[in-house]
Design a protein around this ligand. Structure first.
Ligand SMILES: Cc1cc2nc3c(=O)[nH]c(=O)nc-3n(C[C@H](O)[C@H](O)[C@H](O)COP(=O)(O)OP(=O)(O)OC[C@H]3O[C@@H](n4cnc5c(N)ncnc54)[C@H](O)[C@@H]3O)c2cc1C
Length: 405
């Protein structure tokens, strides 16, 4: 039986980020269990829009290069539009006092950079590829059996094992789950006009459509969320019909659009764990919360979970104080904010999918009004950039930059 201080289950972005932070901030011996070894598969086209807070965490870990890596694209502008009626919101980095508003980066690129940063570290024991299969708690320790029959144990257990979290189920943490009755179609798209480093979002009555700029100035990644029936139709449509419907849905903002990859479809759910902590176990990332991808906040929230969890645990370790209190503090700091995030995403999805004339008109009026108010825009932008959250002090001081009032 190999003994550790902490076991992290999950080698997605949240688990790898937590492992990196614990190595940097504590003297813990960490066991990292993951079903998959991070690698670049050229067929995988998943990207995420990372906000300022996430980029700051990468910088803090000495991974400034993630943002500069092949395939990543910083965006300077964000444009949000609604269907039917006029109504537009525009955010510009220079106006808000930043060099950019975030970066679109391939998920696998981020995972690989986080993995390479720690895989040789002497305080990390890697059990990957390997699935955690059995858990029990005995003599104040968590004991986990892996699929090859080997056993590991530790004082603390952290589950970053995604929305179907094995850790969450094993220790008996309940979740509430509901379906948005939508699916998100993801694809890489070739555009007629250059994207000009603009992330573009349109709220259609059938669901939101996002165009995220990629390194090639004539390529974007789309996340087209649509009611289940329409999403099925879009998945079955020929490449030509799909491209025509997409170009039209995007108001030809980048001219004619053409598919540059296969289409992938993801059913969309809202899910929240009733607690993030149970005794000496904590869950984070998608294991704890899943929201609609319409504002691209999912992994950004997961990385902040990792930052807060590492900070509270390392403070407890340094002061020789109780880990239980540290875990409760993590839950207090993160669960409320993530509840707000999940609620806001559901409300936005519902408000914008209502095509009632009066509602549509007032939405457009409201968006145009906000667009004219630099104060209101700054408040909204601070939320989207992740800089209203109480970032852990060390990370906050690490080159976050400030937004002029
Ligand atoms: C269409 C779409 C677009 C999105 N766009 C954005 C965006 O622009 N910005 C944003 O912030 N978020 C976005 N998200 C959300 C984001 O993709 C997720 O929040 C993020 O990938 C979750 O990361 P994670 O590390 O928590 O979980 P995961 O990536 O699911 O990782 C979990 C890991 O745990 C492993 N695992 C599971 N069970 C076990 C076990 N028993 N033993 C060992 N290992 C195990 C799995 O193999 C996996 O590697 C989007 C989501 C979707 C669906």
């Amino acid at each position: 039986m190999k003994e550790h201080d902490v076991i992290i289950v999950g080698t997605g972005m949240a688990g790898l980020c937590l492992a990196n932070l614990l190595v940097k901030q504590t003297k813990f011996k960490v066991a990292l269990v993951g079903a998959q070894v991070p690698e670049i598969d050229s067929k995988c086209i998943r990207v995420c829009a990372f906000n300022k807070a996430s980029i700051n965490i990468f910088n803090y870990l000495g991974l400034e290069n993630i943002v500069m890596s092949k395939g990543s694209c910083c965006y300077q502008n964000v444009t949000v539009r609604q269907d039917h009626m006029s109504g537009e919101l525009n955010f510009n980095a220079t106006e808000l006092g930043f060099a950019n508003l975030g970066a679109v980066i391939a998920n696998q690129q981020v995972e690989l950079a986080l993995w390479n940063n720690i895989k040789e570290n002497e305080r990390i024991s890697i059990y990957c590829p390997s699935q955690a299969q059995h858990w029990c708690y005995k003599n104040n320790k968590h004991h986990i059996t892996l699929e090859d029959g080997s056993n590991i144990s530790a004082t603390l257990l952290f589950g970053a094992d995604g929305k179907k979290s094995w850790v969450r189920d094993a220790v008996g943490i309940d979740v509430t789950t509901s379906s948005y009755n939508q699916a998100a179609i993801v694809a890489t798209i070739a555009t007629e006009k250059p994207h000009q480093h603009t992330a573009w979002q349109k709220f259609l009555a059938t669901g939101p459509l996002a165009l995220l700029p990629l390194t090639d100035s004539n390529k974007v990644s789309i996340v087209w969320s649509a009611n289940t029936d329409y999403a099925e139709y879009l998945m079955k449509a020929s490449d030509e019909e799909f491209a025509t419907l997409l170009s039209k849905a995007a108001d030809f903002c980048l001219g004619d659009l053409k598919l540059d990859s296969k289409r992938f479809s993801f059913p969309l759910i809202s899910q929240h764990a009733k607690q993030y902590v149970k005794r000496s176990v904590a869950i984070l990332g998608d294991a704890a919360h899943v929201a609609h991808p319409l504002a691209g906040q999912g992994v950004n929230a997961g990385l902040l979970d990792a930052a807060v969890l590492a900070e509270t645990i390392s403070a407890a370790a340094n002061q020789d104080s109780d880990f239980q209190r540290a875990l409760i503090s993590y839950q207090k700091q993160r669960r409320g904010l993530n509840t707000g995030l999940i609620f806001a995403m559901s409300q936005l999805k519902n408000i914008f999918s209502n095509s009632n004339y009066l509602l549509s008109n007032s939405r457009g009026f409201g968006m145009n009004l906000i667009n004219k108010s630099s104060f209101a825009k700054k408040v909204l932008a601070k939320h989207a950039l992740g800089i209203t959250n109480n970032l852990p002090k060390e990370i906050e001081l690490h080159n976050l930059g400030t937004m002029p009032d």
